[in-house]
Ligand binder design. Structure first.
Ligand SMILES: *Cc1c(COP(=O)(O)O)cnc(C)c1O
Length: 417
């Protein structure tokens, strides 16, 4: 069970909304820091643990700066994401560049920043060499285990995923890198998304640890680190429980001690590239209920739309919804909670039992959509001329600051020639 709390009471939230009109995203700095510390403390069983925050999950430098202060780096996959990391003061090997189908300019930018470059394909060894006029000191290869691992719903089966090198290509790739004078090596995989089962992540660890040992045995290649990628889930539904960091860290450590240490590779570092689990539960999309409509079904219309948060429309994802000031109120009606896009899948919830909701632009209830702190605002878009919500940060001292303003019509027109 997970308690779906929101950090502000109704009175304070109305004050914030008076200053920053809805819809907006709100992130909780204290909660993000506490979570970052819980992750680091659990993974302290690994002396060389490092977390690269997946910038795509919440690409705002104010958040990246907080995470850097908590000891985290960045995982980027495009030039703008590299620039965001740099804006937040994250540089050098604290940046992991895990891209795919990569243009040469982005490889050059990553190399200029000293980022650890993760190659998604065997042909990218030559491509990178061509871009940079030589290979970097450290090269990471992304492994796709194919039939050795079952996928999950969002990312799909590894055999059908476009990412990474096959097992055979991993050996071929590292042999080529070694032959061409690369001296430092790393191995990456990412096979899950939003996975709450510790066992699944342990299997991934086992796969990479075993491969690290094989690489040493067959090629004499000693990896500097393995990167287990992202994909740790969060309890979107109140009846789900969060993944236990301690169980994951200790489980991985037991596998490490059993597989990696006997092969004399105890210096191997363990890294992850987490996004969702780092900030997801600590961000909310706050909107106002402006219309009620009763036809064949009952609808509550918000001033936010799937242009602000598309996960429900894209994956049928569940996002918990509460009404400010009515957290304890009994559900009285089942309704669909919708946005204003001319798309019938613009629905934040379908058939959801909710308390009585007042509607109206001035006096309507504030409706809070939970677990929007990762892959939320970042996935937004401008279809139907929708202007994306801004982002607010609830500081540790209780103040609220704007860290991204709401889009304006001028922003929407800015690219027209
Ligand atoms: C999306 C992504 C991540 C982060 O995934 P989460 O599920 O948010 O933890 C990490 N690495 C890569 C390469 C990704 O594409």
């Amino acid at each position: 069970m997970t308690n779906k709390a929101f950090p502000l009471g109704k009175g304070r939230l109305e004050e914030v909304a008076a200053e920053h009109p809805t819809p907006f995203y709100l992130y909780d700095e204290a909660a993000i820091r506490a979570n970052a510390r819980a992750i680091r403390s659990a993974f302290a069983v690994f002396p060389r643990f490092f977390l690269h925050f997946a910038v795509k999950a919440l690409p705002n430098p104010a958040i990246l700066r907080i995470l850097r202060e908590e000891g985290f780096g960045a995982d980027c996959s495009s030039l703008p994401e590299l620039l965001l990391a740099r804006m937040a003061g994250i540089s050098g090997g604290d940046v992991m560049f895990s891209s795919n189908d990569t243009p040469s300019g982005e490889f050059r930018a990553a190399a200029d920043m000293g980022a650890a470059i993760n190659l998604d394909d065997i042909t990218h060894i030559d491509f990178l060499d061509g871009c940079l006029g030589g290979l970097p000191e450290l090269v990471c290869l992304r492994y796709n285990p194919g039939p050795l691992k079952l996928g999950n719903a969002i990312i799909g089966n590894p055999t059908e995923a476009k990412f990474g090198l096959t097992g055979e290509q991993i050996f071929e790739g590292f042999a080529a890198l070694k032959g061409r004078g690369v001296g430092r090596f790393a191995l990456h995989t990412m096979v899950a998304s939003n996975e709450l089962d510790v066992k699944y992540h342990l299997e991934t660890g086992k796969l990479l640890f075993s491969l690290a040992v094989e690489l040493k045995r067959r090629l004499g290649v000693e990896l500097e680190f393995v990167n287990l990628g992202g994909g740790v889930g969060i309890p979107y539904r109140p009846e789900e429980a969060a993944l236990d960091y301690g169980a994951l860290a200790c489980g991985l450590k037991a596998l490490f001690d059993g597989i990696v240490c006997p092969a004399g590779l105890e210096k191997l570092a363990v890294r992850v590239e987490w996004g969702r689990v780092v900030t997801g539960p600590y961000g909310w999309l706050v909107s106002r209920a402006i219309h009620r409509k009763n036809i064949y079904r009952s609808y509550i219309g918000l001033d936010a739309s799937m242009a602000d948060l598309m996960r429900p429309a894209l994956y049928g994802a569940y996002h918990h919804i509460t009404v400010a000031g009515k957290e304890g109120a009994p559900p009285v009606a089942v309704c669909d909670v919708v946005g204003s896009l001319c798309e019938n899948n613009d629905k934040f919830a379908i058939g959801r039992a909710l308390p009585a909701i007042d509607v109206g632009e001035a006096s309507g209830d504030l409706v809070i959509i939970h677990d929007a702190g990762a892959h939320g605002r970042a996935m937004g878009f401008n279809y139907n001329g929708k202007l994306r919500a801004g982002e607010l940060l609830l500081r540790e001292d209780g103040s609220v600051v704007e860290i991204r303003r709401r889009e304006t019509v001028d922003d929407y027109f800015a690219t027209l020639v």
